[in-house]
Design a protein around this ligand. Structure first.
Ligand SMILES: C[S@@+](CC[C@H](N)C(=O)[O-])C[C@H]1O[C@@H](n2cnc3c(N)ncnc32)[C@H](O)[C@@H]1O
Length: 279
């Protein structure tokens, strides 16, 4: 009899010595997803595998062997309090972006209802939808130039059953529909020449246009910060995720040179500046 536990052990043995990191955690995620079980069930239960299970699990582990991110193998990612569809072609939400959600929730907890909240570069919609779930009485707009991202964001919205959220397939540099009370953005912020030094699984699988502006990494910040008054309503704010990378100092310099408003940095758990609020 083939037991799942033994199957996982044998896959881990095969993966050891490859460049793939966090093998145990990733193997568990694949098995949990396939059987729709929790981590404790995975350890406690003695699950026996049919021939069909083995074929299906094998095809997932082959992809892991190729260093494909588990989020793309299973097609979903946990972010904040929910699970979001993230098929290949859609940027995988990163845990550090949850700080942007916290900053937005802090602002909204002190605001009246019926505000306009816009999320530029929305990707899977994870930031906007996490906020809309907590504060449903506002109007939400997500914008992304990737067709597959917008299609996925709409599916994520529908599975969370959220109303008042619209997504538009558009280039943010051409967006001129309406001003926001709260504008959020986690833009592509790597310089073109930083791509080569990225971990293989990121470089090979995350969409390039989600990672870099194909210039020096600061284009989105320069545009958003210098157009604050065109994009933001009176008493509104802008919250932008910023990287800890080669371009961090350039973004801080752009804020000094082009921002005529007030600004504040929020730090992540490692004490690094992660979000800039402009108000
Ligand atoms: C770093 S990802 C962020 C996705 C999502 N907000 C998140 O935090 O998981 C950047 C996103 O910007 C989108 N993007 C890149 N250039 C854009 C542009 N000019 N206009 C609109 N969206 C753009 C990409 O398609 C990608 O979904």
């Amino acid at each position: 009899m083939n037991l799942l536990k033994d199957y996982i052990k044998s896959q881990i043995l095969k993966l050891e010595g490859t460049k793939i990191q966090e093998i145990q955690a990733k193997s568990n995620i694949l098995a949990q997803h396939y059987f729709n079980i929790s981590k404790s069930e995975l350890y406690i239960k003695d699950i026996s595998l049919s021939e069909e299970d083995i074929i299906n699990l094998d095809s997932m582990f082959v992809q892991l062997y190729q260093n494909k991110p588990v989020q793309y193998i299973i097609g979903e990612t946990y972010f904040y309090n929910d699970k979001f569809l993230t098929p290949p072609g859609v940027f995988i939400p990163r845990p550090e972006t949850e700080l942007l959600v916290d900053c937005a929730l802090e602002f909204l907890s002190k605001s009246k209802d019926d505000l306009k909240i816009i999320d530029f570069c929305t990707g899977s919609g994870c930031i906007l939808l996490s906020i809309a779930k907590k504060f449903p009485n506002h109007q939400y707009i997500g914008v992304d130039k990737s067709g597959i991202a917008i299609k996925t964001a709409k599916k994520n919205r529908d599975s969370l059953g959220l109303k008042n959220v619209q997504f538009f397939n558009q280039d943010i540099f051409k967006y001129n529909q309406s001003k926001a009370d709260l504008l959020l953005c986690n833009p592509p912020y790597l310089a073109k020449d930083e791509i080569e030094s990225l971990e293989q699984s990121v470089k090979d699988y995350d969409p390039l246009s989600a990672l870099t502006d194909f210039k020096n990494g600061t284009s989105f910040y320069k545009y958003l910060i210098s157009n604050f008054n065109k994009l933001i309503k009176k008493n509104g704010i802008m919250l932008l995720e910023i990287p800890f990378s080669a371009v961090t100092d350039d973004i801080i310099a752009i804020n000094t040179d082009f921002n005529t408003n007030k600004s504040l940095f929020y730090k992540d758990l490692e004490g690094k500046n992660r979000v800039i609020k402009i108000y």
